[in-house]
Design a protein around this ligand. Sequence first.
Ligand code: DOR
Ligand code: ZN
Length: 359
Amino acid sequence: MSVSELFDSSSATSPQPESITIRRPDDWHVHVRDGEMMKAVLPFTVAQFARGIIMPNLTPPVTTVEAAYRERILAALPEGADFTPLMTCYLTDHTDPDEIERGYRDGVWLAAKLYPAGATTNAHFGVTDIPALAPVFERMEKIGMAVLVHGEAVDPEVDIFDREQVFMEESLLPLLKRHPGLKVVIEHATTMETLDIVREHQARAACTITAHHLVINRTSIFQGGLRPHLYCLPVAKREKHRLALRKAATSGDSCFMLGTDTAPHPRRNKQAECCSAGIFSGATALQTYVQVFDEEGALGKFEAFASLNGARFHGLEPNAGTITLVKKPSMALASVPVDGEDVVVFQGGQLLPWSIAAE
Ligand code: DOR
Ligand code: ZN
């Protein structure tokens, strides 16, 4: 037998690769940026998802009712792409409840994003006093508009690995209590305690879970040396939290939804003296998520997490079309060129066991 025969996968006896077909999924948390970066990264999100909640943390952030950013996204879509950007408004200390309501009723934005001031990339225009924003939250409660929360304490004295937990105790739980009708999405949950809070409030609370937080823990960031491309906020936590996140995501429970938090930064800003927070998972997110569901023996729950739970939470119909993922190894692109530089891809340059089937 020749060597090529030994590796011939097309022989009649070899089994068909395992595959899964689900309704087209949505990414409930995505940074597509603007300008050249947007042109470079948007095609990857569009190839994976039918809709995406677009984060407003540009400089300056998206705070007023205007369609310009959405139009720039639509103009940057690849020819023939079927992708709907769902816009968000960036809350500041000066947000006007009337403006929030107007933007929501006119369909300009779906939700509002709450960044505690200084919590992460371009969050310095964020909210310094959450209780003081009560008039805005009351209005959102009334009109059924969700607030998407970056849940980390901003006091620099708080240990970075405790910032999510401290925020939940000091800010999120009181917010839920003060506004019992407010719909809340806790973004990119990273701890088992946050997952419990979401479960306890699931009548009106949910959380997004990223692909990278299902795969890496805090030790990964230091594996063999410092790995800047695995640094994001909230920072990955201990292994027990990663395992809890995998359990939650693959449970099928309707309060857990897909949100990649794909956050591209030029390599220069990552491999820097002061590394920017963010992981670019836009090109490999679905392959990573489906691998996790496969490893957990939960492929049957993948569609709920990726394509149904978020739509239901936001009162939208699930998407009409489907996407097929195949258990067939494919080499992930190492990086994406942008304007003479590049952005490193999460799991880039690795052989991933799952691929997106060609249409
Ligand atoms: O790691 C992160 N990067 N976390 C965030 O919350 C923001 C994001 C970004 O915009 O780069
Ligand atoms: Zn984000």
